[in-house]
Design a protein around this ligand. Structure first.
Ligand code: ZN
Length: 278
């Protein structure tokens, strides 16, 4: 690497840090971020019309499968109503994926991959370290994400789409929370909720080990160098928001994930709510 290249890459890191600093300051003023320091998510949304409207009518679910990544938030006919899962389910075991396809064939309208997918990178690294060979023509993690998503779209009888770099909402990971919910919950309806990861694993893959692993991965992106990182503290934590069907499920998921509080030295806080009763 030439001296100029080293200087340029140092500048890139500096720019990245400055942009994240600016986004952090802006996100500190977000009404949810402010309220969540004092209150439980359930107290904030209680009685709110937008919270009620975020739940689809009985028997319906979101139809466009996309990544949990909070930068992947664009809306077009293929992508509105985001059904979210890390890497569009790329981290599922073969058995989990077979079950997912059997349960959702014909129900899902599209599967979209995206540029710079962290989950595809994790799968790519797992395959390489396990000595598995990549599919023909695949040399990068993003290509693996595209390959996987096209195959999954085929199996589901869904359309395939891809989100390119210019379509991402943000180039930096600026997520302040993860919403872990059922497939009938559309968090985009909640006014002023900050940038967040989303996962509909409570419906799509209720294996608690998977829920723990994917929550750890998504929180890890936020708490790592690609996200707000060390800006998260016990006073300003990353929020895992569990939106459960009932109180029993909420307590069960919250207690399964409670180990993350200690593991993150209090930089992850777990909160949540249940579906409003009609
Ligand atoms: Zn992704």
């Amino acid at each position: 690497m030439s001296f100029k290249e080293i200087m340029d890459s140092t500048h890139a890191v500096e720019n990245h840090r400055e942009i994240l600093d600016g986004k952090w300051v802006a996100s500190q003023a977000n009404p949810f971020v402010k309220s969540l320091r004092e209150k439980d998510f359930s107290e904030i949304v209680a009685g709110r019309e937008d919270y009620r409207e975020a739940f689809l009518p009985e028997g319906e679910m979101l139809k466009n499968l996309r990544c949990a990544d909070g930068r992947e938030e664009i809306s077009d006919p293929l992508r509105e109503g985001k059904l979210a899962e890390a890497g569009q389910c790329i981290l599922y075991s073969d058995e989990e994926l077979d079950k997912f396809v059997a349960e959702n064939k014909g129900k899902i309208k599209s599967v979209c991959s995206h540029v710079g997918c962290g989950a595809a990178k994790i799968k790519y690294d797992q395959m390489l370290s396990a000595g598995l060979s990549l599919p023909a023509g695949v040399t990068t993690s993003d290509e693996l994400g595209v390959y996987f998503s096209k195959q999954l779209a085929d199996r589901l009888g869904a359309q395939y789409g891809h989100t390119g770099p210019e379509e991402l909402r943000s180039q930096e990971h600026d997520e302040r929370a993860l919403i872990l919910a059922h497939a009938n919950f559309d968090a985009s309806k909640i006014k002023d909720f900050p940038a967040h990861f989303s996962s509909h694993a409570l419906t799509l893959n209720d294996n608690v080990d998977y829920i723990k692993a994917s929550t750890e991965i998504l929180s890890g992106i936020a708490l790592g160098s690609h996200g707000f990182g060390s800006r998260f503290t016990a006073e300003n934590p990353f929020y895992v928001v569990v939106v459960a069907q009932d109180a029993a499920e909420l307590e069960s998921i919250k207690s399964s994930l409670a180990y993350l509080i200690d593991k993150s030295e209090g930089r992850i806080k777990i909160t949540g709510s249940i579906a409003p009763s009609n």
